[in-house]
Each structure stands twice: as structure tokens, then as C-alpha cells.
Design a protein around this ligand. Structure first.
Ligand SMILES: Nc1ncnc2c1ncn2[C@@H]1O[C@H](COP(=O)(O)OP(=O)(O)OP(=O)(O)O)[C@@H](O)[C@H]1O
Ligand SMILES: [Mg+2]
Length: 369
């Protein structure tokens, strides 16, 4: 019996969440589906013709991947490998994969079909959920403290001004000025800790526009001492976002990168500090536990010394700082704004390459939180 719906198998394969690789008899890749592109962060165009061992085999792995694949190719016996470690963009991820022979219809030209499942995706989702919850509790605590600090400051400031006026003696005004300026500093800090109270006002935004604003600010601030490279995908769709808040997020992250580069000059003896602003479409990405078909990704990358190892895990928490003069609020505020936008921030950092990636979904209907 004819089925009423004709199935487009290409579409089907591209909508699977299992990553699929097809490999020829020389172990070179000739096809991968969308899930596989997302897993390895590589496009079909770039991967075509590439030896599959470049993706699947780690130099320090004692397992002979090549032999196992060839064996399947020639004997037809499939094999499964569990918890294999592969490296994508400097990050180790773990996959289970199965290789099986695929009959190409041509004698002597067997193909290999490799199906991969990332096993730490589920782990990552629950870790993210935990992190976000802890983060929200911490933010509430911080806001409470900031509020309590702010309350008496107005009184102290007013009383000091009265005192200065009634003393009316330049000998003492030095001291009253100190009190007033320190009170002002504390009030600014408390305001930052409280964060923006305004709800985001969403409008269609082309992310290159706020990004260019931030670039102009950084150029101005660093007086061209830092090379700034733009690597934009200009075909990106608009996202629904609060433009000013996006600027704040991009600025907080870029300023951190600039500080890491300018405050660690000894790291740049034989090369130049460089900031890379990159935009891409990212397919199949899990944001806050929801698998999104596609998202806009903005990378802010620097070649500085990297986030100090001891704070890497907690870098988005409020008050976590690696700098003597830092307050540790920039990333926490950025994270909060991205969360309100149904987006997220990820950080990957090794000395010489630190990337903060912002993800904003753009296909799903927007639900403001
Ligand atoms: N690109 C980067 N390279 C190296 N370290 C970084 C980078 N971005 C952030 N960090 C580290 O993360 C810490 C936290 O950053 P965050 O912006 O939250 O706070 P801060 O910069 O210390 O203070 P604030 O932004 O509130 O003035 C920084 O102090 C720094 O140690
Ligand atoms: Mg900062």
C-alpha cells in the first residue's frame, strides 16, 4: 500500500539528533548530517574528503581506531566503541559510536556508516540547570545585600554635607570630601550589583549592529594597541532582543578580554594581542535544556593568558574575580541578560585562546521570562 506521505530521506537524516558520518573505503569522509556538523563544529563542505581519523582518533589514544574501522569495512562486522574521547575546539567530549558496513551497490566499494551519540550532553544539561538555579539564588542574595548597603548611604551623604557646611573650615573639608566620594563609589557599586531593573524591550536586532558599536568603543579605548579582527556571517537573521542590553553583554565580555590582554603584557613578548569578533549560525544547540534547531552564535575571542584555572568553573558567579580591582559582576550580569533572552553564554579557555560564545535562538517563538 502506498503511504500517504512521501518521506524525504535527506530531510529525515538531517533532523536526526544522532550524528551520522559516511566514510569511503579510504576512510575519508564524504557525508555528515546536521547533528554531526553540530557535534564536531564543522561544515559538510569543510569535512568532505577529510580523513575520518582526524575527527575520531586522538593522538594519545591507545585504541587502534584505524584498524577497527578497516576491519569493519572489509569484514562487514560492525563494532561499537563506548565513551570514546574526542576533542572539539579544545574541549574533550565523550561519545558512543557504532561503525557498520554500508553496501554502496558497487562491488569492492563498501562504505562505512558511523553513528555517534554524545553522552555528556545529558550531563551537561543537568549541570547547566543546576548552575542557573544556583546562579539565581546567588543573584537574589547579592541584590538583597546591595539594597541594604544602598539604604543608609543617602543618609550618610546628606549628614556629611551638613557637617561640612556647619564646620565651614577648609581644614576639615578634605575629610568630608573623602567621605562623600567614597559613599558615591559605594552607591555606584550597589547600583551595579542591583543590575538593571528594566525588563528587556524586545525588537528585531541584527547582532552586527551592537557588535560594531562595541568594536568602536574598544578601538577608542585601546587606541589601536589591540588588533581587532572581524569574521562576520552577514547572512545572519535578526534576533528578537533588547539592543542596549546586548551591547552591555558584548561590552562586559570584550572589556574582560581587553583587560586580560593589556594587564598581562609579559604574555605577549613575541605576538600581538588580538580580539576576534565572530558571528555564525549554530545548528542544533541545547540552550537551557531545550534543543534549538538553530541559533545565532557570537564569539568574542582573545589570545590572552586565559581565565585563571581556579575560577574557570565558577566564572559566571557574582563576585568571582581574578583581578585585584575587579568586582566580579560583569559576567554575572551578562549571563543574567542572556538568560532573560532565552539564550546562554559558554566559555572555553586555554592560555592563548579564550572564547566566550553567546547563543540566541531565533527560530522558536520568543517567550520573555
Ligand atoms: N577573556 C578573559 N581572559 C582571561 N580572564 C578572564 C576573561 N574574561 C573573564 N576573565 C576572568 O573572569 C573574572 C570575572 O569576570 P567579571 O567580568 O565577572 O568580573 P571582573 O572583570 O573581575 O569585574 P567587573 O567586570 O565587575 O568589573 C575576571 O576577573 C577574570 O579573572
Ligand atoms: Mg569584567
Amino acid at each position: 500500500m502506498d503511504h500517504p506521505i512521501a518521506i524525504d530521506y535527506r530531510l529525515l537524516v538531517d533532523n536526526l539528533t544522532t550524528a551520522i558520518l559516511l566514510v569511503d573505503s579510504n576512510l575519508n569522509i564524504f557525508y555528515l548530517n546536521s547533528a554531526c556538523e553540530a557535534l564536531f563544529d564543522i561544515s559538510l563542505l569543510r569535512a568532505s574528503g577529510m580523513p575520518v581519523l582526524n575527527l575520531l582518533h586522538m593522538p594519545n589514544d591507545e585504541f587502534n581506531t584505524e584498524e577497527a574501522l578497516k576491519n569493519t569495512l572489509h569484514s562487514g562486522q560492525h563494532y561499537t566503541r563506548r565513551e570514546a574521547t574526542i576533542n572539539v575546539n579544545f574541549k574533550d567530549i565523550h561519545v558512543d559510536y557504532t561503525a557498520s558496513q554500508l553496501n554502496s551497490g558497487k562491488p569492492y566499494h563498501p562504505l562505512l556508516l558511523i553513528e555517534l551519540n554524545q553522552i555528556d550532553r545529558m550531563l551537561k544539561i543537568s549541570k547547566e540547570e543546576n548552575l542557573i538555579q544556583q546562579h539565581q539564588v546567588a543573584r537574589q542574595l547579592i541584590r538583597g545585600v546591595a539594597h541594604e548597603i544602598k539604604n543608609p548611604l543617602g543618609g550618610i551623604r546628606g549628614a556629611t554635607q551638613l557637617l561640612a557646611r556647619s564646620l565651614n573650615d577648609p581644614k576639615y573639608s578634605e575629610f568630608t570630601d573623602i567621605i562623600i566620594s567614597e559613599v558615591d563609589r559605594l552607591r555606584n557599586l550597589a547600583d551595579t550589583m542591583l543590575g538593571s531593573r528594566q525588563l528587556p524591550s524586545y525588537e528585531p536586532v541584527n547582532v552586527h549592529e551592537p557588535l560594531e558599536r562595541v568594536r568602536a568603543l574598544i578601538v577608542n579605548q585601546t587606541k589601536k594597541k589591540i588588533k581587532i579582527t572581524r569574521d562576520y556571517d552577514l547572512s545572519l537573521p535578526d534576533v528578537l532582543a533588547d539592543r542596549d542590553q546586548l551591547i552591555q553583554v558584548m561590552l562586559n565580555i570584550s572589556v574582560n578580554a581587553v583587560q586580560a590582554m593589556t594587564e598581562n603584557k609579559e604574555f605577549f613578548i613575541d605576538h600581538q594581542p588580538e580580539l576576534v569578533l565572530r558571528t555564525r549560525i549554530q545548528r542544533l544547540v541545547t540552550i537551557n535544556g531545550v534543543l534549538q534547531r538553530s541559533a545565532v552564535r557570537i564569539d568574542i575571542e582573545d589570545n590572552g593568558p586565559g581565565v585563571p584555572e581556579e575560577i574557570l568553573e565558577s566564572v559566571f558567579y557574582p563576585l568571582v574575580t581574578g583581578r585585584a580591582k575587579g568586582t566580579g559582576l560583569g559576567l554575572s550580569i551578562a549571563q543574567n541578560i542572556m538568560h532573560q533572552h532565552n539564550g546562554m553564554i559558554e566559555c572555553q579557555s586555554v592560555p592563548g585562546k579564550t572564547v566566550f560564545s553567546l547563543y540566541l535562538p531565533w527560530e522558536s517563538d520568543h517567550v520573555a521570562k
